[in-house]
Ligand binder design. Sequence first.
Ligand code: NAD
Length: 483
Amino acid sequence: MVSRVIPVDPFDLVIFGGTGDLARRKILPGLYRRYLDGQMPGEACIIGVARGDMDTDGYRAFVETSVREFVAKKWCDAKILKAFIERISFVQLDATGDQGWDELKAATKPDRVQAFYFSVGPSLFGPIAERLHTHEIAGPDARIVVEKPFGHDEASARALNETLARHFAEHQIYRIDHYLGKETVQNLMALRFGNMLFEPLWNAQYVDHIQITVAETVGVEGRGSYYDKSGAMRDMVQNHLMQLLCLTAMEPPSKFEPNAVRDEKLKIIRALDQVEPGDMVRGQYRGNDEVASYLEDAETDASMTESFIAMKLHISNWRWNGTPFYLRTGKRLRGRVSEIVVRFKEPPHSIFEEDTGQTANELSIRLQPNEGMDLKVTIKEPGPGGMRLIDVPLDMTFADALGEEAAEAPDAYERLIMDVIRGNQTLFMRGDEVEAAWAWTDPIIAGWEKRADKPKLYDAFSTGPEEALMLLHKDGRRWREIR
Ligand code: NAD
């Protein structure tokens, strides 16, 4: 495990929804890893909150099981795990009622860093914020961490921002998008702004186009009825892909500091053109002998919700005028991959013969699997046979380049939780950013609803509907393969 860490200040972390799926799979195992790594101080307290019948002993057993299930066996040291578990307690309460809050108040101390993680359904975000305030639990320096989805459209996001703002200042609100906690996403900023090599070329003059893909092999399965109310646009594009787009396209901020970065991201969202219907393809997966179709998963025959979307975007500013951004995301696709691909233009004039095989440079930034980057460069094919050119990757898989330590880098959630404790909002979305992203999204959704556009069907474990391939083919381009 990585050990060059600076411990954070002692803190109380209250996890609303402490028995939920997210807490079990990500938050609690992540906290254990931070403890093991020496980043979480011995005095830190973790307080699980849920409405189900449970006590501290029962919750400690739940936490131990979660850690053993989701942390690699080699890191599950019995002595350390026991010490970690002793930092944990449980308070039972229903967030919509007024019972139990006094117990919670007694369990946290407002004179140390207090973080309240809202790992519950969005209808509870407002009631919890309100009760933390009215029961005088949150001290002046308390932070709240708000999970996705943050609103369903611009109006609901604005209403939620207003509710939270009645009880907490903006610098206390951490709207989480775990994509921003990924090592490679931060590396994108290091790559762009820590090197002289790329930034001079990072514009419409040299970049032909950019592709952002987030492909999943899973279907909507057990979450079908929830997902059917949102679809790929609301579930993935408005938040995760938008954040990746912003970090790829934004101007250099003057400092790596929360508001400087978020100001630049906001400018990108506001510079996005509306998407023409012909520049967008929505899809729904078919079933086969092994897996159910989207409609079966969603438990409806008539759903028009998309499990796949591909779109071509334009950013109306000087840097990107004429360089399209192609976004695509979907479920039940051929592979599980998240990547940003920057395709550079071909050299303006080739000195080689036409059939030498020269192509363009391509930089790909992989968020998963195997976080890393590679740059495709053209070289001469070794050996005799004249001047034949081939593309070779300059591959920088972090695990290969930096060894074990990189492979064991903290998961996005644990990194982001430590940022909350440190009071660093750089990798969290500001309220106006979220509203602007919805303001761009809403008319697109309203457009297809008005036109009653039906999603195109695609085969399970394919690359999506044919029409998504055509979106690039008609521009003389092609998607990078989903493997
Ligand atoms: P879940 O349904 O598994 O768990 C919900 C938790 O909230 C449980 O601990 C439950 O006891 C508690 N709860 C429900 N109603 C309550 C009430 N009235 N008072 C007090 N506690 C109550 O949900 P989840 O999958 O853990 O998701 C939690 C949040 O995180 C949601 O907003 C979800 O959208 C978001 N999220 C989840 C994942 C994931 O992988 N599970 C990923 C990204 C975002």
